[in-house]
Structures are given as C-alpha cells and as structure tokens.
Design a protein around this ligand. Sequence first.
Ligand code: GTP
Ligand code: MG
Length: 429
Amino acid sequence: MTLIERSFRERIVLVGVTMPPSNVEETEAHLDELALLIDTAGADVVARVLQRRDAPDPATFVGKGKAAELVEVCLDVDADTVVFDDELSPAQSRNLEKLLGRTAIDRTAVILDIFAQNARTGEGKAQVELAQLRYRLPRLRGRGTQLSRQAGAMGAGGARAPIGSRGPGETQLEVDRRRLLARITRLEAELERLSQTRRTQRRARTRGRNRNLSIVGYTNAGKSTLLNRLTHAGVLVEDRLFATLDPRARRLDLPGGEAVVVSDTVGFVRKLPHQLVEAFRSTLEVVAESDLLLHVVDAAGPDPEGQRVAVRAVLEEIGAGEVPELLAFNKVDRAGPEAKHLVEAHPGSVAISALSGEGVDELVRTVAVRLRALEAVVELVVPYERGDVVAALHREGEVLVEAHEAESTRLRARLDRAAVERFRPFVVA
Ligand SMILES: Nc1nc2c(ncn2[C@@H]2O[C@H](COP(=O)(O)OP(=O)(O)OP(=O)(O)O)[C@@H](O)[C@H]2O)c(=O)[nH]1
Ligand SMILES: [Mg+2]
C-alpha cells in the first residue's frame, strides 16, 4: 500500500506556506527536509511553490490565486503529484486533487510511505499499516470505487467483498469503512499481544540491577552507528532517513563493571505524524522507561538546534520528557568549530564521532557517571524568574517533589554529581 508510485520516479512539486510566527527561511529549510524525504521515498522534486498567509484557506490550503498558479506550474513541469509541507484536511486534499488533476498529499503521507517501505519485522509492518489506515479512514469519503479497490489491496482482511456481501442499504463507502475498521481492530489486537510479549521480555532482561539506556535523536543523526560502536551490534546503518524501524537492544559493559542495556530507536522528525507515534507507542515505551536517554544530535547537519528541539517535542509526546538526558553532539569529524559551540551552549553534553570513535570513550565514562550518580538526591530552591533552571533540572535530573512557595520553587531532585555542581547556587540541602 503506497502513495508514491515506484514503478517510475514521480515528478513532485512541493508547496510550503509561511504562517506567523514563522519566516520564509524556515519554510525553505522545511522544504529542503521535505525534499530529502521525497528522495528517500523514491521520487524527484521538480519545483517549489511558496506562499505567505496568516492562516490556511479552508478549501484549498493555499489561496485561490496561488492555487491557480500551482495548476500552471504543474503543467509546466509535467508534475505527477503535489506535496504540501503541512497536513491537509481530507476536504482540502480532495478539492486540490479536483483542481490540479493530480494527487495532492502532505508530509504525513510521505513519512508514512517511507515507513511502509522500511518496515522489516512483522511488528514494524503492522505498526505502519495501522498508522496508514488511521490516516486513510477520514479520507475515504467520496472516492467511491477507487478506494474500494485500494481497500482490497490492504492485506488479509481486505479481500474484495464479493457481490452480495454488502449489508442491506449499505453504500460502497460504508462497506469500505466497515472493512477498514475491522482491519484496524485486528491490527490493534495483534500489536497489543506483541507488546505484552515485549514487556515480559524486557522485564526478564532488566531483572537484576541492569539499567536501561535509550539512544534517541533525529533521523540520520547516527544513532545506529553509535549503538554499533558501543556494542558491536551490527545494526543496519544507512545514509537515508528512517533506516531503523525495528529497534535493537544490546548489552554494554561500563568501565566500573556494571552493565547497561542500550536500545536503538526509530528516528524522529519535525511534524512526525501523530498516527505513527500512536502506532509505535509500544516500541517507544522502552524510551519512557529508560533510566537515561542518550540524545544524539547531528552537529554537522543543517540545523542541530532545531533538530534537538524537535526531538524534545516528540519525547514529551511519548511521555519521556522527564527521563534524564545526556546530549551527544555527533559527527564532530565533519562539524568543525560549530560542535564546540554546541557543547558550550549545553553544559554536560559531549562531542563525539560515532564513525571514527572520537570522544566515545569519554561518552561511555560520562554514561557510567550519570547512571551511578542517579542516586544523589538534593534539595533546591529556585526563584520564579529562573524558570530556565527548573526546566534544566527536569531535563538533566529526576524531579521528585516540586512545591511552589512565595517567591520560589522548592524542589527535591535526583541528580548526578556533575549536575549537583552545576546547580550548586540553588542547592540548600
Ligand atoms: N561523518 C560522520 N558520519 C556519521 C557519523 N555517525 C554516523 N554517520 C553517518 O550518518 C548516516 C546515518 O547513520 P545511522 O547510524 O544510520 O543514523 P540513525 O540515526 O540510526 O538513522 P535512522 O535510523 O535512519 O533514524 C550514515 O551514513 C552514517 O555513516 C559520524 O560520527 N561522522
Ligand atoms: Mg538507525
């Protein structure tokens, strides 16, 4: 089930709309990334159309004039498909397809497509299919026969309904909906069973005193390369987006003698479709239950800080916002002086090259220290105007109690020794 045709390389037109408080540079940067996603999906970007608006047009997302211009551009470059950087409502996408005479999809659809292409294990495939079906369900309306054919291609449960199987008074659309919902229910049940198994396995693995470390980060940041470097896991590494969809866990022996279980995860991206986050919830549970996150940032990439922030947003969404984090700025072999600035801007972070191994010994030592010292509990008083300090405490430690007093926040937090030093001015006990 794919949205982008792969029997030939589709010609794609990108559309980006700048809305306040964003600016054109940011829209361009997002379109650069969308172009990478399109390339990963196996198609070619042949043109870009930009517009500045206060809000999307309810009918066509872009304005009327822009939509007419888009028709012209599509004819000029002989485009097959138009891809919007923002999520289109089902109605917008329908209106646009009518107007353009071409498929109109959004970033979400492209990401779902790549995931579908990259899923390897049964669980990964089921998760992606579930996300796709949930994306597709509200978009069923009004496409009649075409969609009933797509539903037919959907897999086991979706064999085409034989003539006469339609319930009394049911339209084709209702039949499609019912079939799709049945498939969704089946997938949900299957995934729940797999997630139970995973939980049991994880519990068995973490009995004893093993700590859990999850490697998280933007797609293509070098997470799998780092897992391989740390544990010789032999995990697939590729210079393409979303190479890892079926995360692995490996044991790592720390210098102090204790062992830690290190898990790789699927890469995050800006505007990661919520259908995917939902479908991958059980895989991502590992992240929220970790003792420490190893957040890998591509220091040589186009926008390390923007990517770091986007990853933090996804971490919040999956309930891992409170897990202590160690930032590792990766690819320093390529990053130049920028890497040093990043490390300075984020006290406690380290610079590494997962590829050459530079800085990795220090990273492992830092991991050991952070884990060992997770036990130190301190009390802090932070004046209200230092919200940044409270945020940093949540990020770098585990806040156990937080009370609001007249002029300050009183917190009890579990911090490592280095962090205690950094927050020293606020520590009272
Ligand atoms: N120069 C350089 N390249 C690196 C480094 N670490 C990883 N890479 C390259 O970056 C690309 C992506 O690496 P992966 O390890 O697959 O990245 P990932 O974060 O697991 O990516 P996804 O699973 O797709 O989200 C590969 O081409 C790696 O060889 C590094 O330290 N330096
Ligand atoms: Mg990977």
